[in-house]
Design a protein around this ligand. Structure first.
Ligand code: AMP
Length: 397
């Protein structure tokens, strides 16, 4: 019986799941947050209601002690369900890490080195790794990178047409993100269809608050919509996605916006929030149905971009066998799925309206018609299980 602990750590919080790998069952999950603030907060969930703990948590090490207390007081017992490995989500692996990697001191240094590419994410992940390695010092720890799955992109897909010397000096290229989810979903789609992943051409739409789409050829990412950072590509909850970079230069020159203000504008105050004041698709859908033009335009801009990428990736792949939708919006919003693929009948894509409307939550569902040449699926993503799988595999190597 193998149990894996999965940790997703930021600079002031971390989430965890204890997963029993036979059957991939979550035994416990939780959240430790407001680390370093006056009042810390933690939640620990087993089978039933979550237990809440309020207490100052000065640093990640204290956070892990609190987590261990929660397991000791509320179960399950970590003696009975001792993790054989700990998996850590790390956002940026740069061009250095192309697979899940056993953590040692050198790997820690490399993750630290890559912090300049993900200043908001990698330092927090590293704090979590260091504290967790102390708390679980007898088992292997594994880093699973959001970027790793996209390291198979060919140079023409990851290279920006930017002056070469400048790009190389600052390591500017497309890296891609959400790789753990794209990998999980493309493998789940192949398994559902009962076909070898190596034979399939796939397009995967991960539509959550952050959103990206990936072209997967034979199980390998060959193109993805996020780039140097998770800002590029699709319209998101609060991010612009693709925008003419000259807009930023213009705003700096003409409106005097500072670097931080521009960063805030394109990452936090744009996307659906910027267009219609809300990023929850339930809210926007209700407002559009009530005839509100602003909400309708936000949805139209969002789906127009989805279609543009669907067409582009079908062209890059030379057609697809399967298109999947996942994450909050992708798994729950039928009208977005329908609009994303509208007009693609010529490429063999045909959604069945009733199957699309009735797609069951939490289950893989085929929403294409029987006549559709391309299978269109809704696939619930599970990044924690994917991290746990890769962790176990890397630990057993
Ligand atoms: P995620 O980042 O995958 O958790 O997705 C979060 C987003 O998914 C939210 O901002 C909502 O827009 C959307 N979402 C989640 N559940 C639903 C739902 N039942 N109906 C419509 N939108 C949903």
């Amino acid at each position: 019986m193998s149990v894996v602990l999965v940790v997703n750590s930021g600079s002031s919080s971390f989430k965890y799941q204890l997963i029993e790998m036979d059957g991939e069952r979550v035994l416990a999950s939780g959240l430790v947050e407001r680390i370093g603030e006056a009042a810390g907060h933690a939640e620990h969930k087993t089978a039933g209601e979550p237990f809440e703990i309020e207490r100052p948590i000065p640093n990640h090490t204290a956070g892990f002690r609190l987590m261990l207390d929660a397991f000791a007081n509320h179960g399950p017992s970590l003696t009975e369900h001792a993790p054989v490995a700990v998996g850590h989500r790390v956002v940026h692996g740069g061009a250095r890490f192309f697979e899940a990697t056993l953590i040692d001191d050198l790997v820690e240094i490399n993750i630290d080195d890559l912090s300049f590419l993900a200043p908001l994410h990698n330092p927090g992940a590293l704090q979590g790794i260091r504290a967790a390695r102390r708390a679980f010092d007898a088992v292997p720890h594994v880093a699973v990178f959001d970027t790793a799955f996209h390291q198979t992109m060919p140079p023409e897909a990851y290279t920006y047409a930017l002056e070469r010397e400048t790009a190389e000096k600052h390591r500017i290229r497309r890296y891609g993100f959400h790789g753990t989810s794209h990998k999980f979903v493309s493998e789940a789609a192949a398994a559902y269809l009962g076909r070898p992943n190596s034979e399939l051409k796939q397009v995967v739409f991960h539509l959550g608050n952050g959103a990206s789409v990936t072209a997967v050829d034979g199980g390998r990412s060959v193109d993805t919509s996020m780039g140097f950072t998770p800002l590029e590509g699709l319209v998101m909850g609060t991010r612009t996605g693709d925008i003419d970079p000259a807009v930023l230069i213009h705003l700096q020159r003409r409106a005097g916006l500072t670097t931080n203000e521009l960063d805030d504008l394109v990452n936090k105050r744009s996307g659906l929030v910027g267009l219609a004041g809300a990023n929850d698709m339930r809210d926007l859908t209700a407002r559009a149905q009530a005839g509100e033009a602003e909400a309708q335009l936000a949805i139209d801009v969002y789906t127009h971009r989805l279609r543009a990428y669907a067409g582009a990736y079908l062209a890059q792949l030379g057609g697809a066998d399967v298109i999947s939708f996942t994450a909050g919006v992708g798994e729950n919003v039928a009208h977005i799925r329908a609009a994303a693929l509208r007009g693609l009948e010529f490429a063999g894509v045909e959604i069945d309206a009733e199957r699309n409307e009735n797609a069951k939550r939490g289950e893989i569902t085929r929403i294409s018609s029987d006549a559709s040449r391309v299978a269109v699926l809704v696939v619930p993503t599970d990044e924690e299980v994917e991290i746990a799988r890769q962790t176990l595999a890397a630990a057993q190597e």
